[in-house]
Design a protein around this ligand. Structure first.
Ligand code: FES
Length: 574
């Protein structure tokens, strides 16, 4: 049994006026008196929403968690938190990640809970719940919703996002018809679940598992596979035990856990978005993680997983091939895993994966013959990005990794869209597209617009990749030679704001360098002439966001949310 009194007993264990309030109102759901007798109260934190299609199956998933909590003698209480639908929210779901994390943190702290199960799936729902639960620091276990089944269109396998991008460019180039485009839409999203490429949702579900915050196999079981429901039920059982053991996020989210996650990120060829989210989560638990750690730990690591957007297969294939346990085992065998890192099931990560098998070495390739040899995130610095920038080499074109080109600058995403289809735009395939004012404060919300569409006239010439540089993010399902998260961003006067069309820029990924060939005197003159863009809002949440958001190299969290407050029992409300 637990060594310390259950937190929920500060509500339900009282035999006075307030105890009457707390128990009586809940009894309107039919809960008997014995539910309040000192059993762990488990919150099921649900991001279900019809406006978040990737999480639309979460009501059913929550029932499996509930059954597991009851199996283990707990008292389950489901509650909603803000849901962030990547495809429906404007201007970008990322604008609301920190808001949702506050919702999660405060909801956990305010209620009579002893532990919490986090149901998360679509991109930003995962970091939002992990950030909030880490700051609240009650025992917590993550349950991802699982990826969709493979997309299929006219006998071809198609992947979320990845084929949207390629097919929209085929449509613009006149290679497919609008009717074919519409037909493919229904074939891509044919089951419950999140994007089934190794995009941000699948990457973050993998991070949940690699950090030790979810049960083994959390990353890849498809949403439509009954074993996803089994994992939910076992997580419900396990959280009750975690409460008795007082096993909290701060016990699991150690520096070793983050190092395991960063190496896993390289080995799966994961989304660049994970860089921002891991930095933010680390900030909540006081782990000193910086951009340089991603380069230090991921450098020279191979990508083992041949999944879209970089490769051929999809998450369903990944699961059948052995899933993340097979990747973690491969890392461990190479001495690249902190084997003693603790996980939510009470076992070390190595105990969980030492016996994992790979059933398909086309999907999960061996270290000796990896899918891509150099896959870790490359962190660039230089006079164009003094605080750093990110590029994902496994999604880039090898011939562009060392390149000098003429800048073609757009000062907003609207200006870029207006110009990119204009055949009079002065641009060729050797140029470097530069997008300003799309960072955390500038957009605001650091939108996924960094993988700018290529100019229509170049598409017609057969050009399929160019260097693109911005302070924005990129969808995890996207690909290309795209430099992202440039910090400081243009909207706060970072050097990115000073680039002019015609300047020369050198990208040198092997040297980890991003250099603007403009002398300091000229840059100083441009700096004096620079004026910040008008603030996007003078009230409300956007005002709060712009006033407090940190730069990308700090995870774009709010300055006042860094750290944790724990879960002391709040004062009575009467
Ligand atoms: Fe929800 Fe991709 S849009 S996971």
């Amino acid at each position: 049994m637990t060594k310390k009194p259950l937190r929920s007993q500060a509500w339900f264990g009282r035999q006075d006026k307030m105890g009457f309030y707390y128990r009586s109102f809940l009894k309107n759901s039919g809960f008997p008196q014995d539910q309040f007798d000192g059993r762990p109260v488990i919150g099921i934190c649900n991001t279900w929403s019809e406006l978040t299609p990737c999480n639309a199956h979460f009501r059913a998933l929550a029932e499996h968690v509930r059954a597991g909590v009851l199996d283990a003698g707990g008292f389950p209480l489901e509650f909603p938190v803000s849901s962030l639908g990547e495809v429906t929210m404007r201007p970008t779901a990322m604008l609301f990640r920190n808001l949702a994390s506050m919702d999660v943190e405060e909801a956990i702290r305010a209620h009579p809970l002893d532990g919490v199960v986090l149901l998360m799936g679509c991109d930003k729902t995962t970091p939002a719940l992990l950030m909030g639960a880490s700051s609240a620091d009650l025992p917590a276990i993550g349950v991802s919703g699982g990826p969709q089944l493979r997309g299929v269109y006219r006998g071809q396998i198609i992947g979320s996002g990845t084929n949207i991008i390629s097919m929209s460019e085929q449509l613009r180039a006149g290679e497919i018809t609008l009717a074919e485009f519409h037909e493919a839409e229904a074939g891509m999203n044919r089951s419950a679940g999140s994007c089934m490429t190794m995009g941000t949702a699948s990457t973050m579900a993998s991070m949940v598992e690699a950090l030790g915050l979810g049960l083994p196999e959390n990353a890849a079981i498809p949403a439509a596979d009954a074993r996803r429901n089994l994992l939910a039920r076992m997580s419900g059982r396990r959280i009750v035990e975690m409460v008795h053991e007082d096993l909290k996020p701060s016990d699991i989210l150690t520096p070793a856990a983050f190092e395991n996650a960063i190496r896993t990120l390289a080995a799966i060829g994961g989304s660049t978005n994970a860089v921002v989210h891991l930095l933010a989560i680390a900030g909540r638990v006081g782990v000193d993680l910086g951009l340089a750690d991603f380069d230090r730990l991921g450098r020279d690591l191979p990508c083992l997983v041949d999944l879209m957007p970089s490769g051929r297969f999809l998450m369903e294939d990944f699961y059948y091939a052995g899933g993340l346990p097979a990747v973690l085992r491969a890392l461990g065998e190479q001495g690249l895993l902190h084997r003693d890192a603790m996980t939510v099931n009470g076992h070390t990560i190595w105990e969980n994966v030492a016996g994992a098998a790979c059933w398909n070495d086309q999907v999960i390739t061996p270290f000796a013959a990896p899918f891509k040899p150099d896959a870790g995130m490359a962190i660039l610095t230089g006079n164009l990005a003094p605080s750093g920038a990110v590029i994902k080499p496994s999604a880039a074109s090898p011939e562009l990794m060392r390149h000098t080109g003429r800048a073609v600058v757009f000062d907003s995403v609207e200006a870029m869209h207006r110009a990119v289809n204009d055949d009079d735009l002065d641009i060729d395939a050797s140029c470097i597209m530069v997008l300003q004012n799309c960072g955390p404060k500038g957009y605001p919300g650091m939108a996924e617009v960094g993988n700018m569409p290529l100019p229509a006239k170049l598409l017609r010439q057969g050009v399929r990749d160019m260097i693109r540089i911005s302070d924005a993010r990129m969808s995890g399902t996207a690909y290309g030679t795209v430099v992202l998260h440039v910090a400081p961003e243009a909207a706060v006067g970072g050097p990115l704001a000073l680039v002019r069309s015609g300047d020369l820029i050198t990208l040198d990924v092997p040297a980890r360098s991003l250099h603007l060939h403009v002398d300091e005197a000229e840059l100083s003159a441009r700096r004096v002439a620079w004026a910040p863009p008008a603030p996007p809002a003078d009230r409300g949440y956007q005002r709060l966001y712009v006033d407090h958001v940190l730069q990308a190299d700090r995870g774009a969290d709010f300055d006042f949310l860094v750290g944790r407050s724990g879960s002391p029992v709040p004062r009575d409300n009467h």
